[in-house]
Ligand binder design. Sequence first.
Ligand SMILES: [Zn+2]
Ligand SMILES: [Zn+2]
Length: 251
Amino acid sequence: MRLTILGSGTNVHPTRAASGYLVRTDHTILLDFGPRTLANLLKTGVNRHRITHILFSHYHADHFSDFITYFFDAMIFTKYQGGTRPPLTVIGPRGTKRLFRALFATLPGFTHVPFAVHFKEVADRAFKIGKTTIIPRTVTHTKNLHCLGYRIEYGGKALAYSGDSQYCDSLVRLCGDVDLAVLDCSFPASRPNPVHLHAGQCGQVAREAGVGRLVLSHLYPITERYNVREQAGEAFGGKIVVGRDLMAIKL
Ligand SMILES: [Zn+2]
Ligand SMILES: [Zn+2]
């Protein structure tokens, strides 16, 4: 399994794209698709028209907005440029079907899609994509919003992605004994925010879950001024990496 960080920042950030991750197993999967991550996807050399599954943690714009650009391009490619592509399955939390139904009915050019698109709402139940096991788990982010973290297992390795999350038991369970956990490190420990983890809590989750390696991601601009690696390291003695765009990690 290979992970490439497409975006390690947030909605508006001077040097980092927002949330997006490319995961390669027996399938090529995207986790979230925030602004500026499509440009980084192109830089990886992966053929964007071969992506078959996009998993969304939630639909805050910093995890979602490049989907619109991506999909509009896919429509032009298949309608007017003679391109073909495999079916696309979009997977996400409660509200996924309603959101895309409204978008596709409203955005010009999004009707009459010439390839198969499937929308699937998931909660806390494992499923398979080929030989890859996906375990979504509801995490606590903002009030009344269904947000998912994902655990991906393939070839004897496990990766966890928090999506956006506060500290919660379900996040610790999601990360249980994974080889690599990518956590929402929006803020430094000294500048906490009620709906995101801070660096110290990332370390706490990693320690409690017994993760192998911890990747700190989803950094807000203000967070760049602090040593989040050191802050997470106060709670977690394992390997800690501050994520950056286009960083590739083999599991
Ligand atoms: Zn969010
Ligand atoms: Zn976010």
